[in-house]
Design a protein around this ligand. Structure first.
Ligand code: PEP
Ligand code: MG
Length: 320
């Protein structure tokens, strides 16, 4: 089976009805770019930059160290686009094992991700400058985690402009980047049309979207049986975001675990998704589903799944 899948590595990812589907890789370190290219990814859809920040006893990476890491990822992808997400620490990804940030009562609802970046603008701009400089060497997209307020969007844009001005003042080379928001808080999914007016693209983080929609801690074993990607409320939000982005002519990707689950591929295609980002090891099995899919048939079926009381049962047999 693995050998058969390996033969698909260089097969273009196109459905039976001719829809081109973008299969991207999620990476945690610049070195992972090699595995991404090897698996046939056409780019990096999510570089989780927080892994450069974690386990350093509070000593954060400086601009040069970050620049070297982002440039290494860009170089490693050999001209393919790289989406770099700004630091997303907190909750399940603490800076350190016993960092003071973990002391908050509800870390998943606390000062994490973009909230932390905006609370520490000097640190945020250090990261932005490093990413903008790496963008001089290839195609880079900038992705912001856990956006949920429009005033955060305005602050983000202001900080990006300031970072560019700082590089200009120094005469440093940098590249243009597209700006995108992670949609992983229900509020962001519900108001995605407002967010899309300000961003070039969105990426749906289903791991957190499920956690926050269902109020299920994604890392708590005691409630793991209730963590359900096929919950009708979750599917409704995912569908709404894909539809809004397609409507407005903006790029939309899913970069949570859902994108790498081959059992979900047909449903996501039926909902109109054309871009998936996942662990490199999952790319070929998802591609196999894409090659067998006919989106014209999947679309009406996906609408039925959205309205079903038990969507999981429908995924088993229909649509094949
Ligand atoms: C997500 O929340 O789905 C996601 C892709 O981000 P992370 O898993 O890093 O929180
Ligand atoms: Mg997330």
């Amino acid at each position: 089976e693995r050998q058969r899948l390996a033969r698909l590595r260089h097969t273009p990812s196109v459905t039976l009805d001719g829809q081109k589907i973008e299969l991207l890789a999620n990476i945690e370190q610049p070195d992972d770019a090699a595995a991404a290219v090897h698996a046939g990814a056409v780019g990096v859809g999510l570089f989780r930059s927080e892994f450069l920040f974690m386990g350093r006893e509070g000593k954060l990476p400086g601009e040069e160290e970050q620049f070297a890491a982002y440039k290494a990822a860009v170089d490693g992808m050999q001209g393919l686009p790289v989406t770099i997400r700004t630091v997303d620490v907190g909750a399940d990804k603490p800076l350190d094992k016993k960092s003071s940030k973990d002391a908050s009562l509800n870390p998943a609802l606390g000062l994490r991700a973009i909230r932390w970046s905006l609370a520490e603008p000097a640190m945020f701009r250090t990261q932005l400058r490093a990413i903008l400089r790496a963008a001089a060497f290839g195609r880079v997209h900038l992705l912001f985690p856990m956006v949920s307020h429009l005033h955060e969007v305005h602050s983000i844009v202001a900080q990006v402009k300031l970072a560019q001005a700082e590089l200009d003042a120094r005469g440093a080379a940098y590249g243009m980047v597209q700006l995108g928001a992670m949609i992983e808080i229900p509020a962001a999914a519900i108001m995605v049309r407002s967010l899309l007016k300000h961003f070039d693209f969105v990426s749906i983080g289903t791991n957190d979207l499920i956690q926050y929609t269902l109020a299920i801690d994604r890392a708590d074993e005691a409630v793991a049986h209730l963590y359900d990607p096929l919950h009708p409320a979750v599917l409704g939000l995912v569908a709404q975001v894909i539809e809004a982005a397609n409507d407005m002519g903006k790029q939309v990707c899913v970069c949570g675990e859902m994108a790498g689950d081959a059992g979900m591929t047909r449903l996501l295609l039926g909902l109109g998704l054309r871009s998936f980002s996942m662990h490199p090891a999952q790319i070929l099995s998802v591609k196999q589903e894409v090659l067998r899919a006919d989106t014209r048939k999947l679309q009406p079926w996906a609408q039925q799944v959205l309205c079903a009381d038990a969507p999981a049962a429908m995924l088993e047999d229909v649509g094949k």
